[in-house]
Each structure stands twice: as C-alpha cells, then as structure tokens.
Write a protein that binds this ligand. Structure first.
Ligand SMILES: O=C(O)CCC(=O)C(=O)O
Length: 344
C-alpha cells in the first residue's frame, strides 16, 4: 500500500485498489460464475423465485473436516482455482497484513503478540449477483446502512463486471469508521439507516449532515474495493443495464471470531498459505457470537473457544492512529469477570 492509498483509506474508511485482477483471472472467475448463474436460473424457474431480489450465491460443496487443531466441522470449498486464488491475492495480501496486523488501525487488539499479527484469517465470503435491470422490473429498495466503529473485520470487494457511476452496488458514508463522524450520522433525525441515498426508488433524508457524505463507489472489472467494516455501508439499488457480479472476502485479525464460516482445510487443492488463511485460529482474543453458532459447533470443539493467555477485556486505545476506534472484544460476562479478576 503506498502512502496515498494509506491516507485515502485512513480518511474515507475505504479505497479502490485498481487492476487487482487481470483479464485472464476475470475470464476464469466469470466462466465459473456463468455456470452457477445457469443453475440458479434453473432453480428459480422451477421454484418461481422473484427474479429481482439481490441474492447471495452461497451454496458450495461441503465436507466433513478435521483441522490441524483437532476441531471437526463441516467446511465449505471454493468453486475453482480462480476463486481459491482470491484468498491470498498477491496485491491484496500485503495490504491485508498491514491493516489487520497493525493495531494502530483498530482491527487487531493492541495486546496481540507481534508474531501473530501477520496471521489474519478469512472469516467468510459472499458472492452477489444482480441481473441487468429492465424497464419492466419493479422497484429495488437496496439495503440498509450497517457496520460500526467497534468492528474489526475488513472486506475485499472484487468486481467481476464494471460498476458505472449510476449503477448502484456498494455505497458508504465516507469517514464514519471514525467515532466522531459516526456520531454525526447517529445525530441525524430520522431513519438514516434506510433513507441514505437518492435513487429512483429511495431518497436521502433532507436534513442529512454534509460532513458525512454518501459515496456511490464506482469500480472497473478487476478493481478491488477495500473497506473496513467500521464504516457505515450498504447496497445501493441496482440500476445498471448490465449484471452486478461482486465477490466479498471478509477477513479478521488472528484470533478474532466474527461470522466464522468453516472452510474445508483438507481440500487438497488449497496451497499451504491458503489453508493457513482459511483455518480457524488455535486460540482466541474474543469469543464466538452466540447468534451465529449454527455455522460451527463450538461446544464439540473446545479449541474454538480457547482463549490466548494474553486475552484482555479491552484493547488499549493509546496505540491508535488519530480518530480511530479500538476493536470491540466480544467476551461472555463470565469470561470478562474471570479476566478482570486476574484468572486464566
Ligand atoms: O456492496 C454491497 O452490496 C454492500 C455489501 C454489504 O453491505 C456488506 O458486505 O456488508
């Protein structure tokens, strides 16, 4: 990451990294994507599913997996080599290492030992598709704003087709990854989560604070929008005549649970580095979300909840870059009490 990119990311909470994927990579990704869209169209025509909704293409081959730490779960696989290669894309890898490894950005807990800092993890990934819009299509409401300053994951958004200025897709409220700006948004009267963007089908609240502008983010096929999930962001209704084909890879620092999709680390097609990035951490600085534990059976896998000996209740804010926020260390009340009283 050069200094200009670093400054942009620090100021806006996102940056567009140009030309991350070349034409050959795009062709390979799109070719496999085509096959899955065909399957989807078939399913939809049988099931009568609404054609206009935004959706994730989530189904994958899954396999019973036992990882290096002795945890057993059902793990998903990637569609093809082109998709596996996104896990550790050569351009994004050093950027991810820096932002998830250096606690000054507010993603890695300050108490994480230096040797663990480069060991970020792919927490989960999503694949989004929207068909090109036709004049006969009904309204599209897009999505609500979400994300918040206590988050600690960051996302690589790979565009497989160009997103033009009025097409829609990824949008955000620039700068709201910093608590002072987030507060300006929270102070706006009205339902700013829903009414954040002017489009044919949605409108922004008239009293919007201009200090926190909404950005509609354009990108060429092959660009990667990198954003921090501290930033308020959402989906702008799709108005493009072409398809939206977007891949989201969501990464967390070492030892931080977020959504915790399990991957099949025994997939022989993964390289050693890819395996390392998709496998669960051997011990943790926070604890799993109770509402997400359907993804992985933590009770059967105690190693998925084993705390790192240096786990703390809070991350020291003194290490942060100006204006940034520390990660929220999610812990059960019981663990908090245990750590606060010097146990463990
Ligand atoms: O690009 C988009 O549609 C927004 C994605 C989003 O909201 C997310 O990844 O959390």
């Amino acid at each position: 990451m050069d200094d200009a990119m670093r400054d942009t990311f620090a100021r806006q909470g996102y940056v567009v990294v140009p030309d991350v994927l070349n034409q050959q990579q795009l062709d390979k990704l799109n070719e496999v994507y085509d096959q899955h869209i065909e399957e989807l169209e078939e399913m939809r025509s049988k099931g009568g599913t609404d054609k206009k909704i935004r959706f994730s293409i989530t189904w994958r081959d899954t396999h019973q997996t036992t990882d290096r730490h002795g945890n057993t779960y059902v793990g998903r696989r990637f569609w093809s080599k082109a998709y596996r290669d996104l896990i550790d894309n050569e351009t994004m890898l050093p950027i991810l290492e820096e932002i998830l490894g250096d606690p000054s950005w507010g993603h890695a807990p300050a108490h994480m030992p230096a040797e663990l800092r480069p060991l970020f993890r792919l927490d989960h990934d999503n694949i989004h598709y929207k068909p090109g819009r036709k004049p006969t299509d009904g309204p599209d409401k897009g999505g609500t704003l979400h994300g918040g300053t206590g988050s600690f994951h960051i996302t690589c958004v790979y565009e497989l087709k160009t997103v033009g200025p009025d097409d829609g897709g990824f949008g955000c409220v620039a700068g709201t990854h910093k608590p002072a700006n987030e507060q300006k948004l929270l102070d706006i009267d009205g339902d700013w989560r829903r009414n954040w963007c002017d489009t044919e089908w949605t409108s922004q609240l008239p009293n919007w604070d201009e200090d926190v502008p909404v950005h509609r983010v354009e990108a060429k096929a092959g660009d990667c929008i990198l954003f921090t999930e501290k930033l308020k962001h959402g989906t702008i209704p799709w108005a493009g005549s072409g398809e939206r084909r977007t891949l989201f890879c969501k990464y967390v620092p070492f030892g931080m649970h977020h959504h915790d999709v399990a991957y099949d680390t025994n997939d022989p097609e993964l390289t050693e580095r890819q395996k390392r990035i998709v496998e669960f951490s051997p011990c943790w600085f926070n604890e799993p979300r109770e509402d997400k534990d359907i993804l992985c059976d933590y009770s059967a896998n105690p190693a998925l909840t084993k705390l790192h000996p240096l786990a703390h209740v809070e991350s020291d804010p003194s290490v942060l870059l100006p204006g940034m926020s520390p990660p929220h260390i999610r812990l059960t009340d019981e663990t908090r009490t245990m750590l606060s009283t010097g146990g463990g």
